[in-house]
Design a protein. Structure first.
Length: 317
């Protein structure tokens, strides 16, 4: 009998069965559907997690979905796991679904996120008060164009990402005209062109992103106390809850039924982490060097077994 069991074990190894083969996989024949949003960093998080779920023994599908509309599908179980939820831009459905237990927060992904207004360091010569936000009242024309004069020109996120920048400009009466970027790619192209030509530019942007590995940008400093903005703009006390932008927590979220349906997958998601230092060079490979996303994700997995193998092992036990 012992000899028979040993023979079975050897046969399993010969067939290439992973340690996760002994785990409680649950509905392993039903695909786990991962949304794909509008930015490359999220694509990489999704594909790295997806390829690791496949190593555990699951089928995975990637579904294009907007960063806000995706939560309606997660709420109903039509999408299943989002490894990179930026919690400051989620719309109305997400907080209600989390409160109702229809979407479950598994934990932090590990990214240190920042959003705000960036500008090239050479712009400080034309606007010496920077990075203080109040300097923008005095030197808006340094960022202006013929189309926006006498206002400065601020490049905002694409229109379907929300209106936070325009709302702030209107609220505190900054002399800037918001101009929506067409897409992430268009925004990056404009940043690079302006920087290389040393032309004026100020833009709403975020990190982690590969562009910070190639170019140095400074950030506008906003006050921690919104009273400063209220006083500067002549607003009633208590009319603003933040001056600038709420900084995001980047979370891993799942459909409420995920843990019961794919228990080993849930354990993997609990362990899954990505840092800025890990993600930024991968984004650079895709966006700047034009490499295929799936290949970059697979290359990271091949080179970093020491990082992810404990996650898979934890999912198997």
């Amino acid at each position: 009998m012992i000899k028979k069991l040993a023979t079975i074990a050897l046969a399993a190894l010969a067939l290439g069965m992973t340690p996760a083969a002994s785990a409680e996989l649950g509905a392993k024949d039903d695909p786990i559907k991962i949304p794909i949003n509008e930015w490359t960093g999220q694509h990489l998080s999704a594909h790295i997690l997806g390829q690791l779920l496949e190593k555990v023994g699951y089928k995975v599908e990637y579904v294009t979905a907007g960063a806000v509309p995706q939560f309606a599908a997660m709420q109903t179980g039509d999408l299943h796991v989002q490894p990179e939820t930026w919690e400051n831009n989620v719309g109305d459905i997400y907080p209600k679904a989390v409160e109702a237990g229809e979407i479950v927060i598994v934990g932090s992904e590990g990214l240190s996120a920042r959003e705000g207004w960036i500008y090239p360091p050479y712009m400080k010569e034309k606007c010496p008060g920077l990075p203080d936000w109040k300097a923008l009242y005095d030197c808006a024309q340094a960022f202006g164009t013929a189309e926006t004069f006498p206002n400065g020109r601020l490049v905002t996120y694409p229109a379907d990402w929300g209106t936070r920048e325009k709302d702030l400009i209107d609220k505190i009466k900054l002399p800037f005209t918001p101009v929506a970027g067409g897409s992430e790619g268009a925004m990056v192209a404009e940043l690079k062109a302006a920087y290389d030509a040393k032309e004026p530019i100020i833009m709403m942007f975020w990190e982690p992103h590969w562009i910070h590995a190639q170019y140095k940008f400074d950030w506008v400093n906003w006050p921690t106390d919104p009273k400063e903005c209220e006083e500067k703009a002549g607003l009633p006390a208590g009319s603003m809850d933040v001056c600038g932008f709420h900084q995001a927590k980047v979370l891993k979220t799942v459909w409420k039924g995920f843990k019961d349906k794919w228990p080993a997958g849930y354990k993997l998601i609990e362990q899954f982490q990505m840092s800025n230092d890990q993600q930024n060079p991968l984004i650079l490979e895709v966006d700047s060097k034009g490499r295929k996303l799936e290949d970059v994700a697979a290359e990271w997995i091949k080179a970093n077994e020491a990082i992810w193998k404990p996650w898979v092992d934890a999912a198997a036990n």
